[in-house]
Write a protein that binds this ligand. Structure first.
Ligand SMILES: Cc1ncc(COP(=O)(O)O)c(C=O)c1O
Length: 454
């Protein structure tokens, strides 16, 4: 394969054009995996400073004005900005109610509690997700029960969910991993049949579509995170619970505010988990730009797809399912099974159906992350880092293999797809400020690293 330019020139291009310092609000979710410290990378995995500079060019003055609005209002909690943002985000998601809370983990925990989950209940969660999904279940006093995921999407495998149901199961939390909705139609049917609570973990999926509806409107309730790097991110922590059910919404609202709706009206034992007015004002401005950001993410994903398809055919790489087209598996049947490959035996009928369900023409991922699968991930990531390209790993260790969940007794090997994904996934830069030429260069750099290793 012809290489368009030598590696050093890629690094030089990035360094000269795009070098700037990077804000990492939480290294566990941004660049902890990069072999080279992010500040020295020409193209960091995420650069929130660059994002906000870019945002300012599209919405000039919006952020300073929003800050001034709150500053001069003298109201910092439970005020007009939160009320307005709740209404606007509910309309955007297509739900009747939105309850803003302190962060996405709280949103999941409070949604479980508002939906009636009790301590000791079993809640089915994906074996492959950010650990916060599991933590929220534990914090509600429930027991996270992992079901394995489908290899092509990383979302819940319905067949495995069925095997994990017991008389103590009361809820299922599908995660829309990397911004692609889980196969909600089948999960909803199962939850309905068994009388189970279904809560979307939509922390990575603001604006994602599934069969014509938006994430957040696909279950009894949904939990969002507004962590700064999310598709819709605040300038700090934030979260929200979406639901059509007004009783559910009222319970969630009370649980997040000392059990009260009004002052001294403590009907439930609750806590304190609130979005503040400054974050709500910022989120209102960013919400007006979310569709454009997501459209740009889709364009960038298409560039990655196009630029990486030869490496997929060569069996060196797996890329995410494209959208609205046939799953890549058909194309890969003759490929060498050398790297990041999924044995055909593993592709169950449910997985095939899941792929179809989560990849239809009216189903659009929000492309929160663009995650490929490779063998020798650490070497590939190091090669990218030495060429100035930051990468991430979401996630290197499935929750059941962490010390935090050792006592649940899930042995290594018990959730094989999740465990293999954890070894192979590599997240490439995917932020809406990126230019297509940059993404092409990341893909070329990755291609060179793959060829160098094989
Ligand atoms: C899938 C998933 N669930 C839950 C959360 C928790 O959100 P927060 O960090 O706002 O508590 C996150 C955040 O990264 C996430 O990615």
């Amino acid at each position: 394969m012809m290489l368009p330019f030598p590696l050093p020139s890629v690094a030089a291009h990035f360094r000269s054009t795009y070098f700037r310092s990077t804000f990492h609000a939480d290294s566990s979710r941004t660049d902890a995996e990069a072999a080279v410290p992010s500040a020295s990378l020409a193209l960091p995995f995420v650069d929130l400073g660059r994002f906000h500079t870019w945002f300012d060019t599209h919405r000039p003055g919006a952020i300073p004005l929003a800050l001034t609005r709150v500053h001069t209002s003298g109201c910092f909690l439970r005020g007009a900005e939160v009320t307005a943002f709740e209404a606007e985000f509910a309309t955007y998601c297509g739900t009747r109610n939105m309850v803003c809370v302190g962060n996405g983990t709280d949103a999941l925990q409070l949604a479980l509690q508002a939906g009636g989950a009790m301590p000791g209940d079993e809640v089915i969660v994906p074996a492959f997700t950010f650990i916060a999904t599991w933590n929220a279940v534990s914090l509600a006093g429930c027991i996270p029960v992992p079901a394995d995921v489908c290899p092509d999407t990383g979302t819940l495998d319905l067949a495995d969910v069925r095997t994990k149901l017991t008389p103590r199961t009361t809820a299922i939390i599908p995660v829309h991993l990397y911004g692609r909705c889980a196969a909600m139609a089948d999960l909803s049917a199962l939850a309905k049949k068994r009388g189970l609570l279904l809560i979307e973990d939509a922390a990575q999926a603001h604006g994602a579509r599934y069969q014509g509806k938006r994430a957040g409107s696909l279950a009894h309730a949904a939990a969002f995170s507004f962590y700064p790097t999310k598709n819709l991110g605040a300038l700090g922590d934030g979260g929200a619970i979406a639901t059509d059910d007004p009783v559910f919404a009222e319970r969630a609202r009370r649980l997040a505010n000392y059990g009260a709706l009004e002052k001294h009206d403590h009907e439930l034992v609750g806590g304190n988990s609130r979005l503040d007015e400054i974050q709500a004002a910022i989120l209102r401005e960013k919400l007006t730009f979310l569709e454009e950001c997501n459209a740009q993410r889709r364009r960038l994903a298409a560039v990655y797809h196009d630029a990486l398809s030869d490496f997929v055919t060569a069996g060196l790489l797996q890329i995410p399912l494209p959208n609205g087209t046939a799953p890549q598996r058909e194309k890969r049947k003759t490929a060498r099974n050398t790297a990041g490959s999924t044995p055909e035996a593993e592709i169950s009928a449910t997985t095939k159906k899941n792929n179809k369900d989560t990849n239809g023409p009216d189903t659009l991922p929000a492309w929160h992350l663009y995650v490929v699968r490779v063998a020798n991930r650490e070497k590939i990531a190091a090669a990218l880092a030495s060429a100035g390209v930051g990468t991430g790993v979401h996630y290197p260790c499935p929750p059941h293999c962490t010390p935090a969940y050792a006592e649940l007794g899930w042995k290594k090997g018990s959730l094989p797809v999740a465990e293999r994904l954890a070894q192979e996934v590599l997240s490439l830069p995917m932020m809406p400020y990126l230019e297509e030429a940059e993404v092409r260069r990341v893909a070329e750099t990755l291609g060179q690293a793959l060829l160098a290793k094989n």
